[in-house]
Design a protein around this ligand. Structure first.
Ligand SMILES: [Zn+2]
Length: 91
């Protein structure tokens, strides 16, 4: 254990609200659809599906540095799901 916070230890509703606040103003107020899918799963308590979407759609969230930073500290890196991953692709 690294002692870092992880999505499994966080309140999914809080993560959903914080992600919602980040994505809502993007694209002239239209938001980011793949992030809204993650939020939907979090609010359903379906953490596995939220993590899967984060992995699959990571190339889209990377366009939004604040969202990507938030996802990295809650879900971990796209490739390994590690918080503070030191993999050369993940820094
Ligand atoms: Zn990684």
């Amino acid at each position: 254990m690294t002692g870092e916070q992880n999505i499994a230890d966080l309140n999914p509703n809080v993560v959903a609200d914080e992600l919602d606040a980040l994505q809502a103003p993007k694209n002239a107020g239209r938001g980011v659809s793949c992030v809204r899918v993650i939020i939907m799963y979090l609010r359903q308590g379906n953490i596995k599906s939220a993590i899967a979407v984060r992995r699959i759609e990571g190339d889209k969230t990377r366009a939004y540095p604040d969202i990507e930073t938030y996802l990295n500290k809650t879900f971990g890196c796209r490739t390994h799901g590690e918080i503070n991953c030191q993999g050369w692709l993940c820094k």
